[in-house]
Design a binder for this molecule. Structure first.
Ligand SMILES: [Zn+2]
Length: 170
């Protein structure tokens, strides 16, 4: 494009932005967007549509998951790509077992591969690893994390008592 044409093109773009300013949500950081009244309105609408039910496991859900971040979804003009999920499923959808974030395609696959048998990773405790948190940690809910700690305490106590008995016995 000759430079003169480029200049005209740029001027036209500037003029069109003056005539149609960008919606404020488009210029915000994502965190800011999540605090906006627009997102709050969209979120409420999706939770109501899905009757606060997780679209993956069927349990109670309070999170609204973005299946894509296209402008129409963000502007609230495409609710098909938004889905209510529970905390546990949201973590399973977002993170792989190794804690890495999944790609959008993979996330969608996990969401659509519904799992109604369990809505959270099984809590496995291996005392040999000490109190190191399990690899499922990033996708565990607060309740699961507390349950994990409680289970570690129980097992540690059990082990200690067994050892005491052994000492008494000999
Ligand atoms: Zn769920």
């Amino acid at each position: 494009m000759p430079s003169e044409e480029k200049h005209t093109e740029a001027m036209r773009l500037i003029q069109s932005l003056k005539d149609n300013p960008l919606p404020t949500w488009l210029t915000q950081e994502y965190d800011e967007y999540l605090k906006s009244s627009l997102w709050k309105k969209i979120r409420r609408r999706i939770l109501k549509r899905d009757a606060e039910t997780c679209m993956r496991c069927g349990g109670p859900g309070k999170q609204v998951h973005h299946r894509d971040y296209t402008l129409d979804v963000m502007a609230g003009e495409n609710d098909d790509l938004l889905a209510t999920v529970c905390d546990g499923c949201h973590n399973i959808i977002t993170f792989a077992d190794d804690g890495e974030k999944r790609s959008m395609e993979e996330q969608d696959q996990v969401l659509l591969d519904r799992d109604t048998s369990t809505d959270h990773p099984e809590i496995k405790i291996d005392l040999r690893t000490g109190n190191r948190t399990p690899k499922e940690w990033p996708r565990m809910t607060e309740i699961q994390r507390r349950a994990w700690f409680a289970e570690v305490l129980r097992k540690t106590k059990e082990k200690r008592e067994k050892r005491k008995k052994k000492i008494k016995g000999t």
